[in-house]
Ligand binder design. Structure first.
Ligand SMILES: [Zn+2]
Length: 363
């Protein structure tokens, strides 16, 4: 194979910033920075060709971030790559799901489009949510997370998550206690976020953001535990994916049709649909009912949770933007919550030391 030294662009999938690279084709496809440093050694087997206009080649890599891309318009390089990479044309989504599944998804997408015309978007969103494969929702959650971080102005990517050994242990203890016997569609992945906003949010696929601001303004661990139980209710109901299906129905259904939830446009549409959305009364009631069941099982009082919900921020001070399903708190909700949870044998979720560890995770 001949060595080619040609420029193309590399995107790491986490930021929109392109990196100019020189490509060296040999046993592997090497992406070199302009100073000669080897950035990536891509195995030919791992490469996939993504949709691109004619004359344009866009590659992804199975072992990289799902949105990582190499792009080039160099025809000689494109020729070399296409000759060297055997699995280039095999779509990841086609590999994983069988033919029948794809046919049923296409059918589903067509039916959904027809359904939107007949019944309108919200009714259809609720109907298609249970049919969205769990693996897709999980992948979408991972891809949406950085978009969400960007929207609430926390940077750089990755460093917004607070983690200490004792704090992590406290979060885990709280989760185990509040999850109880519930059979959730996803294993919850709770992230304590270094942000002053007093809020919590459930992203697709079981990711839950607990903001520092919320934890700091709580009087007791039981208050945080209650809000967490409510968020677990949103995970259980797959509410974020329903919200996305409603808010970005056309592109969402198009992505169902193409079997590609990792397309950047879909991810951007999806995060926009999630940002600024407010859950309906019914969805909030369901999440509350889930929380009530969990709190009764765990012998945790609902009063601190109701108090904490009343201080939740609807807007982010930093961005002056409506952030997320804001769990609108009505009088009806407070009464329902406090009346339904028995507080007779209340035992705190965390001891003083664990609570302190949770509160100081971002310090
Ligand atoms: Zn809620």
């Amino acid at each position: 194979m001949t060595e080619s030294k040609i420029h193309g662009l590399y995107f790491d999938g986490k930021s929109a910033r392109p990196i100019e690279v020189v490509v060296k084709c040999g046993l592997t496809m090497d992406l070199l920075a302009s100073d000669g440093r080897t950035l990536k050694k891509w195995r030919w087997d791992d490469l996939r060709e993504e949709d691109a206009p004619p004359g344009f080649c866009r590659l992804s890599n199975d072992r990289e971030h799902p949105l990582a891309r190499f792009e080039t318009i160099d025809s000689k390089l494109i020729e070399t790559v296409r000759a060297a990479a055997p699995a280039l044309q095999r779509k990841r989504t086609l590999e994983k799901s069988g033919r029948n599944k794809i046919i049923s998804l296409i059918l589903l997408a067509v039916l959904s489009l027809a359904g939107i015309i007949v019944y309108g978007i919200p009714a259809i969103a609720s109907r298609i949510t249970p049919l969205v494969p769990l693996a897709w929702e999980k992948k979408l959650g991972v891809l949406i997370e950085p978009q969400v971080a960007k929207a609430i102005k926390i940077n750089p990517i990755g460093s917004y998550i607070c983690s200490t050994p004792k704090g992590d242990a406290a979060v885990k203890k709280m989760l185990v206690r509040m999850k109880g016997s519930a059979d959730l569609p996803f294993e919850p992945d709770i992230k304590v976020i270094n942000h002053n906003m007093k809020n919590a949010v459930a992203l697709p696929g079981g990711i839950i953001f607990l903001m520092k601001g919320l934890i700091k303004s709580a009087d007791s661990p039981d208050a945080v535990a209650g809000v967490l139980a409510h968020e677990l209710g949103h995970v259980n109901g797959r509410d974020s994916i329903r919200e996305i299906a409603e808010g970005s129905s056309r592109s969402f259904i198009l992505s169902l049709l193409l079997g590609d939830v990792t397309g950047s446009t879909v991810v951007i549409f999806a995060s926009q649909a999630l940002l600024g959305a407010a859950y309906s009364r019914d969805i909030e009631r369901n999440a509350d009912n889930f929380a009530i069941a969990r709190m009764n099982e765990a012998n945790v009082s609902a009063k601190p949770m109701a108090d904490l919900f009343s201080v939740i921020d609807v807007r982010s001070k930093e961005t002056e933007q409506n952030i997320f399903a804001s769990h609108p708190l009505t009088r009806e909700r407070i009464i329902h919550l406090t009346d339904s949870v028995s507080t007779s044998q209340n035992s705190p979720v965390l001891n003083t030391e664990e609570w302190q560890a949770l509160r100081t995770m971002c310090d």
